[in-house]
Design a protein around this ligand. Sequence first.
Ligand code: NCD
Ligand code: ZN
Length: 357
Amino acid sequence: MPLSTRLQGLKLPASADLHVHLRDGDMMELVTPTIRQGGVNTVFVMPNLVPPVTTVDRALDYKKRLEAIEPNVNYLMSLYLHETVTPETIIEAKKRGITGVKSYPAGVTTNSSSGVIDYTQFYPVFEEMERQDMVLNLHGEVPSQGDVTVLSAEERFLPTFLQLHERFPKLRIILEHCTTAAAVEAVKKCGPTVAATITAHHLSIIIDHWAGDPFCFCKPVAKTPADRDALLRTAASGNPKFFFGSDSAPHPSVSKRGGDKIAAGVFTQPYATQLVIDAFEQACENGVLKEEDITPEILEGFMGKFGRAFYGIGEEKKEFITIERKGEKVMNILQSGKVDVVPFRRDQETWSITWSG
Ligand code: NCD
Ligand code: ZN
């Protein structure tokens, strides 16, 4: 039986999307209401606003603004790793309910100019995070310089990643949006405190898609077919070290279509769950995955259970979604009159989601 027939009408627990960019102001107003459209009720919110979220007060104010827009989502908040973040900040962050600290290598992606140059400088912060059992979320790339390119930037970061785990074995670390077979292998080698997120778009696209299409361009860039297939097999393997984080990263369409520089980021929020299932289906058609491998348990694990377990969050309110194929198409553009954003795979057919309480 084709996968789409088998999954038709399937009821699943609500997804957890453990890597989202919800922005602030008009863009936040526009994209935050789309979280639940993607079948998601728990999100880990990235702190790369302008200026970055480097204090507990600012993170909690941000959370309030998000809750005012969509109260039916559990927002896990983070701080931006920065020289002003000290061990004392970590103690306060833990006490006041912040979940993680995100590190951006300086200059590699959107709003990362205040990012990290030397990780050893933050060892006292990591030590405190380990003590407080907070999560370190790593953007795993090195800046492009010398012989490093966007294609090798992730692989070249892996030694730093492994060193951090070796030095802080009890620190919970997530290698965010991993894109290469090499990264998958590195994460597998680590102990149970280390995990990785995988996006929906990296389960579907390769280099050729973003070379020429700004709406497929993000950091880290999608890599080779072999890398994508490794991600697909990993996401469908039931290994709890790998779970879903969309890295949905909205940019106004002018920053994608106009100007001299193209902003990095793919917007997937309203279709977060749907796009993962689309990618699994495509992989079955291409013979990368076997249809019988995509079971409800596999979907449940990757789309929420493993991530919630890693973060140690129960579900206060158990909610369910039902997935159906009924000819729905990805919207062409999402707009409010003040700002607009073009979604990944616009106009293409996808799954529909209904909430079943
Ligand atoms: C993200 C953004 O736009 O905030 N962009 C991206 O390409 N993924 C930042 C990030 O997570 O790297
Ligand atoms: Zn991101």
